[in-house]
Write a protein that binds this ligand. Structure first.
Ligand SMILES: CSCCC(=O)/C(O)=C/O
Ligand SMILES: [Fe+2]
Length: 188
């Protein structure tokens, strides 16, 4: 079960859990309703045969995939890239990540400007909607390997906040307003 919680506001090491006191966890359903972030469990030991992943790729048209490893040894310009990932930003397309090894945290902003921290471990596939402000950090183990999926030619460009005038931002806020994310469906 993936864990998600509201973050505290401390400036301690970004790689710590940053729970509030007392901790405030969210269910997957609440996470989806508040942000549109979707979650699927995949068999990390047999990704190529996983039926949930096959169904997702077909139904959503994922035509591109590659892998990224974030570690001091494997990621070129490690410090610069990690700093970039942790800048609050958005993308014009969904960010789809399946964790193969290691772990980390995706943080997403809700409408009330709270940060929600989503812990990801092997087998966790998350879909971060286009236009939502978010960021990523490694945890204290400093290692994650993830599959990146995309529809068509990949575009990884981050647009740092403020990016409120971008169409994808306006469309995301309209979806939240219209309650598009209110129909939570569990994956098989
Ligand atoms: C674990 S994937 C690295 C983070 C990333 O690709 C991204 O775009 C964060 O927003
Ligand atoms: Fe991103």
């Amino acid at each position: 079960m993936v864990r998600a919680w509201f973050m505290d506001t401390s400036n301690d090491d970004q790689r710590l859990e940053h729970h509030r006191t007392p901790p405030e966890f969210l269910s997957l359903e609440t996470l989806f309703e508040k942000t549109g972030v979707e979650y699927f469990k995949i068999d990390a030991n047999n990704v190529s045969e996983d039926q949930t992943l096959k169904n997702l790729a077909t139904s959503r048209g994922y035509t591109y995939q590659d892998e990224i490893t974030c570690s001091r040894e494997c990621l070129p310009e490690y410090h610069k890239k990690l700093k970039m990932f942790y800048e609050e930003h958005l993308h014009t397309d969904e960010e789809i990540r399946l964790v193969l090894e290691g772990s980390g945290y995706f943080d997403v902003r809700d409408k009330e400007e709270n940060w929600i921290r989503i812990e990801v471990v092997p087998g966790d596939l998350i879909i971060i909607p286009a236009g939502i402000y978010h960021r990523f950090t490694l945890d204290m183990k400093n290692f994650i390997k993830a599959k990146r999926l995309f529809i068509g030619e990949p575009v990884w460009t981050p647009y740092n906040r403020p990016a409120d005038d971008m169409d994808c931002r306006k469309e995301y806020l309209q979806k939240l307003e219209r309650g598009v994310f209110e129909k939570f469906v569990t994956s098989s």
